[in-house]
Design a binder for this molecule. Structure first.
Ligand code: AQP
Length: 318
């Protein structure tokens, strides 16, 4: 049977890019899943601390992100929803798999190269967990015998690495202990920043106007879209040679102002019900605690057989 695993970092309130690129697909996978499909969605807080975080802020974001997973429609009865650091098997397997991860391969990862491009001269500042991030990601998916991992395009390389680690481990220890997972690349395009449209919309960009949060009010969404950077070419066109879609043709004669109004109305319609559900959940501490406790217990149980098999194979226990 299928096992679906994916994660999101609690590094801020999820934004429209996270929703269209990932979260919406999680809900669809849940709703379309066969009864014997297992689904696990994790708030990957251990990944979040590969960048320095303020402890109080991190705790708040964990809470808000958990509430958001419920607000978008994930059902804790149907899925295992958990904070990664509640399940110590993730860290344990990561350490063991580090024995399969070559530093050469890790050093060639696009994300590592991008994130460290400006720090090359100052390796004192570069921390080990940013470098070994893909090993933890490999442990996340392999631990639960995941068959399918829905992710954005930018994560495809890390999944390739996870398969390599799984095959390497199986080769050394001579058994099919780890299952190389398939990547389900999200059908959605990357949503770009509103203020700097050559980079993707991101939770951690210093300018809050660059992103639309799933908790933003209608007015805030309208004002962010109104001030979004557009080009100065008159009329609306969209990569006509690559995507000669009807949409651009329909919009060809409207002004940028009218286009922005149409976009605002579409986005507020999408966000408003999510925001309202989030508002009603985020203050409900006992509900969120219950969901986290249940998720941690289910994820711990899901992780146990693989961790035990791996430890036996390596000679760490009987
Ligand atoms: N702009 C985006 N458009 C489409 N998909 C996106 N994703 C992120 N940004 C966009 C997808 O969201 C999922 C969860 O992302 P993540 O929390 O693991 O971290 P990220 O990709 O680094 O997202 P952010 O929002 O930019 O966070 P920060 O600023 O903390 O780095 C992933 O599946 C991702 O593809």
């Amino acid at each position: 049977h299928k096992v679906i695993f994916s994660g999101i970092q609690p590094t801020g309130v999820p934004h429209l890019g996270n929703y269209l690129g990932a979260l919406r697909q999680w809900v669809k996978l849940q709703n379309d899943a066969a009864p014997d499909t297992r689904l696990l969605f994790s708030l990957v807080d251990l990944h979040a601390i590969t960048v320095r975080q303020d402890p109080k802020q991190l705790l708040q974001w964990k809470n808000e992100s958990l509430a958001m997973l419920l607000a978008i429609g994930l059902d804790p009865k149907r899925c295992t929803i958990f904070h990664q650091s509640d399940v110590s098997a993730h860290s344990e397997l990561m350490w063991i798999l580090s024995g399969q991860a070559s530093t050469g391969y890790l050093g060639r990862m696009t994300q590592w190269k991008e994130k460290t491009a400006n720090e090359k001269e100052n390796s004192e500042k570069l921390k080990l967990n940013l470098f070994s991030y893909p090993v933890l990601q490999a442990a996340d998916v392999l631990l639960h015998r995941t068959t399918h991992v829905p992710v954005g395009h930018d994560q495809a390389q890390h999944l390739e690495f996870a398969r390599e680690v799984a095959n390497g481990f199986n080769h050394v220890y001579g058994q099919d202990i780890l299952i190389p997972p398939q990547t389900l690349v999200s059908p959605a395009k990357r949503v770009m920043s509103l203020t700097h449209p050559v980079s993707k919309m991101s939770k951690s960009h210093p300018n809050p106007k660059s992103r639309i949060l799933l908790t933003d009010s209608d007015e805030l969404i309208q004002s962010k879209i109104k001030s979004a950077v557009t080009d100065s070419i008159e009329g609306v066109t969209y990569e006509q040679d690559r995507r000669p879609g009807d949409l651009a043709a329909d919009l060809a004669n409207i002004s940028m102002r009218v286009l922005k109004e149409q976009v605002s109305s579409a986005v507020t319609k999408l966000v408003a019900p999510i925001r309202e559900r989030h508002e009603s959940i985020v203050g409900n501490e006992s509900l969120l605690d219950d969901v986290a406790t249940l998720g941690a217990a289910k994820a711990t149980e899901s992780a146990a057989p693989t961790l035990l098999q791996v430890k036996r194979a390596v000679g760490l226990c009987r």
